[in-house]
Design a binder for this molecule. Sequence first.
Ligand code: T4K
Length: 414
Amino acid sequence: MLMLGENLMKKTINDLAVFGGMPAFDKQLYVYRPNIGDRARLLKRFNQILDSRWFTNDGPVIKEFEQRIADLVGVKHCIAMCNGTVALEIAIKALGMEGEVIVPSFTFIATAHALQWQGITPVFCDINPRTHTLDPLKVEQAITRRTTGIIGVHVWGHTCDIDALAEIAAGHGLKLLFDAAHAFACSYQGRMIGSFGDAEVFSFHATKFFNTLEGGAVATNDSELAKKLRSMRNFGFTGYDEVSYIGTNGKMNEISAAMGLTSLESLDEFIEVNRRNYLGYRAELREIAGARVLAYDETERCNYQYIVLELEEAFTQVVSRDELWRILMAENVMARRYFYPGCHRMEPHRSNLPGLLLPETDRLAERVLCLPTGTAVTESDIEIICQLLKLIIGNAGELRRLLDGLGASFKSAL
Ligand code: T4K
């Protein structure tokens, strides 16, 4: 008997949807659809909040949520915020960063915007192509008299070289902040992410494996900083009629915190599904020449939330990453080109820094694709995606000839 999965399997390049075949999936498969914990418990919490008529401003659910996160990551303070971007902005402000701050360009644009938004110049630094995170040697070279801080990004949950960055920051009297948007529930040398540097920032956006609908948090062991962060997320208030700092409205609401508490109860399950998917992709694509799935360091705690396909130049010289991306989208595999083209090639930085060369960032940004995972993706979905990738990557020459035959219509859609 033919299994459903086998039915969807494509045998030849001509079967691809881009050449007129049926798409491999009849509905779109996204990189990460939101995870949802136990609905009954979630709705019970929502009802309790509605009954209590306490919706925001440091309510009881937020307080419980913050304590649970702080306990989980082993940090003194967790300050929940309305999203990761505002959490970054407030952390940058509270740390007193100004002038220039060194950041990777290979990150989501929010990291750079959080600086530029408050008139601080992001100084883009190249990455280590193996880890995709800041190259400490290049960080050291980027320091000037105007530098006040470094923001390392734990891209894909792969942690930065924290020891090296901490040494550089200490040696030059710089603030050290980590954008840990991808690294909730991950560890570095056995210690949970959240307690490194002066502070670390999480994102709990809907597309993160652990979500609060929208949300984020700053984690820190510095009690003075924590007090300032709490005040700054609430307009700078330090008493009923007392304002001590410039502040903003960065508060998380009770409904988001309830989503967070419920998601926390399923955290291990979410990670287990991510790991199952990751191992599925790794096993299926182990033999493939021309691409590899970026490996997680399994000696550490990982959340396995990003499946990063790294294409080798031997393949991209024949078929570009963008062509592969378009071919997959035609099959309803909605892969993403994170973090193409790199922040330094987006406005306003592209115009401000026309001559900036970040060769590793440029090379990597042309070679990676994030693939669908999470609880909305099944093992059989992964088998089909991998079969497509094997068919495409294993027949690059033939694919090239057929793509050339498609002419301008395919090229203009890239
Ligand atoms: N720093 C870093 C390193 C980050 O990666 C991010 C955010 C931040 C800071 C800032 O944190 P937040 O302020 O966002 O808390 C997404 C997310 O919006 C963003 O949170 C994330 N990083 C970034 C890497 O990815 P897009 O433009 O890819 O989102 P979108 O709308 O295309 O959605 C992604 C996938 O999820 C799609 O494949 C569709 C699906 N989806 C999306 C939503 C919102 C759903 O199925 N349901 C949904 O509700 O940015």
